[in-house]
Write a protein that binds this ligand. Structure first.
Ligand SMILES: N[C@@H](Cc1c[nH]c[nH+]1)C(=O)O
Length: 402
């Protein structure tokens, strides 16, 4: 019998792991230097926790049955879990808010290409991200976007673009459409599907406004100028002014050419209430996030909420885009210690141990099979090992540099 992986699952071999750790450790250094602390939440949560308030669709969660009647789910993302963990732990005391948290973890999604749950495949992804809980306003939004830009700089990513939207603003605009058309329009916006929108059977006046919305995408100043020509926009001046101030802040921080304003941007998860964004590079969505001011209230026993914002980087996408700049080999072992005869075995273990605890803390591996000297040298060269310590019973150890 051939034991195959489940569809969509994959093994990460040592080189993949070395490259992934290179990315993760650079990101973690940035998170820590901005004052974020690591949080670890469980891989499994109650399904109702993951989908509370309709923020995550149950169909996208891989479900399991726990003891009793609990339906459990593998987390499809971490923001809901972190909101659950902190909702009742936050308070308005100065010592408590804001909380800056980061994570690096795997997430699982169920993907159904054909819409059939039987054909759905398991997808496991890795994310590194941050949540700024209890942080509101321009400063918090600015911190998150500038922190994201610093992460991209530290992993040496170039040619990226940030697509910036506002879920509050877009949601309010969608609310102004008659309720029977909202879902269809939302779907077209989420998929940037102008053709489908043009062909929808909806009244012309509604369609015209929906098309105005899908076209609100491009250089920020041009989009904002176009927006100001629409009569309906005047009722949304607070949200529009916030976006303007954020755009100014980002442009003065050097984002100018990398920023696209897209007021039709709709995200996969439905908990966003304010700015939303994604980073794209070579057709990959490298990162996404946004403001979710109501989510903590969903988990708080009295419904008290705290304004919050965060993002995550999608490590597989980042890995793909960075492939040529990542380390191309795994770390090599410094020494190979060779017991030349069975009698030298004990001495070889002792010598290997002495080397490992010496000042430079080298990595040391042991020859296991008493192979010929030639085979041992060939093996060491093939693995990039630079030094062989030949251990013979009753003789001084002979060090050979390759
Ligand atoms: N959890 C979101 C990203 C995010 C983090 N914080 C806010 N949003 C995702 O997986 O897409």
């Amino acid at each position: 019998m051939v034991h195959q992986l489940p569809i969509g699952a994959k093994d990460l071999l040592p080189l993949d792991v070395a490259q992934k750790r290179w990315i993760e450790s650079r990101l973690q250094n940035v998170f820590q230097s901005w004052g974020y602390q690591r949080i670890i939440t469980p891989t499994l949560e109650r399904l109702e926790t993951l989908t509370a308030g309709g923020t995550v669709q149950p169909e996208s969660v891989i479900q399991l049955y726990g003891s009793g009647m609990d339906v459990l789910g593998l987390r499809p993302e971490l923001t809901a879990s972190i909101a659950r963990a902190y909702a009742a732990r936050l308070s308005r005391e100065v010592t408590n808010c804001p909380q800056r948290l980061y994570y690096s973890a795997n997430v699982f999604r169920r993907k159904s290409e054909s819409g059939s749950p039987l054909l759905a495949s398991l997808q496991e992804y890795y994310q590194s991200g941050v949540e700024l809980l209890g942080g509101a306003g321009l400063l918090a939004d600015g911190e998150i976007l500038l922190l994201l830009a610093e992460c991209l700089k530290q992993v040496e990513l170039t040619n990226w673009q940030v697509i910036l939207g506002d879920a509050g603003l877009t949601g309010t605009l969608i609310e102004t459409f008659p309720s029977q058309y909202r879902e269809k329009i939302r779907h077209c916006l989420a998929h940037l599907d102008r053709i489908q929108l043009e062909n929808l059977e909806i009244p012309d006046a509604v369609k015209e406004r929906a098309l105005q919305l899908i076209d609100l995408r491009g250089r920020p100043q041009a989009v904002l100028a176009r927006l100001s020509t629409f009569a309906w926009a005047s009722e949304l001046s607070n949200a529009i002014n916030h976006v303007k101030s954020l755009v100014d802040l980002l442009e003065s921080a050097g984002f100018a050419n990398a920023l696209v304003l897209d007021l039709s941007l709709v995200q996969t998860f439905d908990y966003y209430t304010g700015i939303v964004f994604e980073v794209v590079c070579e057709n990959h969505v490298i990162a996404q996030g946004g403001r979710y001011d109501r989510l903590l209230g969903v988990y708080h026993p009295q419904g008290i909420t705290y304004p919050s914002i965060g993002f995550c980087l999608n490590l597989e996408d980042l890995h793909q885009v960075l492939l040529t700049t990542l380390p191309q080999s795994t770390q090599t072992t410094d020494y190979l210690v060779v017991p030349c005869t069975p009698q030298a075995t004990h001495l070889a273990f002792v010598h290997a141990d002495q080397l490992r605890t010496s000042a430079e803390r080298p990595s040391v591996e042991l020859e296991l099979a008493f192979r010929s000297e030639q085979l041992i040298r060939d093996y060491a060269r093939s693995r990039g090992i630079k030094q062989i310590a030949w251990v013979r019973d009753g003789e001084a150890i002979a060090l050979e540099k390759l």
